[in-house]
Design a binder for this molecule. Structure first.
Ligand SMILES: [Zn+2]
Length: 244
């Protein structure tokens, strides 16, 4: 009898726990607050003043026991020079990262974003292109590629068409057009993501990473909420402190 009561209590606790319960490291950030946290981290990275948060043994244990509550989705390029956790100075459990060559959004990627939005409660999605992107350059040179790379090229071609004829550097123009195009694709993806955007549950931003400076430039959409103080103090950040 006592065992049955105990099991019932566990089951009740699991059912009552909200799906998107927040992480004490970043308690339920609005999209603008999430963007500010990202850009603050990028600024530390640019200045080479990284705090390397959420990398402690305590943090590892915390996310093992409490699950993951990332505050942003980053859809970035697989390029080895653009690792999101490093360029945003973040740690374990902070970012839900999806990467492929050319930061394109096929069904697998859209499904992953839907999972982060519906099951993890993430409110900010960033599409992160970057300067000198090899995948974009390849699609610019030719609309044909061997093997499975053809699919990747096909996904980038709409942006190549959009950027054709613009003045300035062609690769840069196509990288920017591609990030914007993929952000639009996510915003209009039926039925889950379009509804989440229309009901203001999520914001989608397009951004571009500059390899030489380390700077992330926001191309479209939301601005970071500058009125909000930092969510964590520097000390907590640096120590990856666990709040109970
Ligand atoms: Zn790339």
């Amino acid at each position: 009898m006592r065992l049955r009561l105990y099991l019932f209590a566990i089951l009740a606790a699991l059912l009552v726990a909200p799906a998107g319960a927040s992480d004490p490291q970043h308690p339920t950030l609005s999209p603008a607050q999430a963007l500010k946290r990202l850009m603050d981290g990028n600024e530390r990275y640019v200045q080479h003043k990284e705090l390397h948060p959420d990398m402690s043994i305590e943090r590892r244990r915390q996310i093992d026991q409490e699950g993951q509550h990332p505050y942003a989705v980053i859809l970035g390029c697989a390029d080895s020079r653009v690792p999101p956790e490093l360029i945003f100075d973040e740690g374990l459990g902070d970012l839900f990262v999806i990467r492929d060559a050319g930061n394109v959004a096929d069904d697998d990627v859209l499904g992953s974003i839907e999972y982060a939005v519906e099951h993890l409660g993430v409110q900010l999605v960033m599409v992160l292109g970057h300067e000198k992107c090899g995948a974009v350059s390849a699609a610019l040179k030719s609309d044909k590629a061997p093997g499975h790379m053809q699919k990747m090229i096909d996904s980038i071609l709409p942006a190549i068409k959009e950027a054709r004829g613009l003045p300035g550097d062609q690769v840069h123009n196509c990288v920017v057009a591609n990030a914007r195009h993929v952000a639009f694709q996510i915003k209009t993806s039926e039925p889950i993501l379009r509804l989440a955007v229309e009901t203001n549950r999520i914001q989608v931003v397009a951004a571009n990473y500059h390899l030489s400076t380390g700077q992330v430039e926001i191309l479209d959409g939301l601005k970071p909420d500058k009125t909000t103080p930092a969510v964590l103090s520097t000390t907590q950040h640096a120590a990856g402190a666990v709040q109970k």
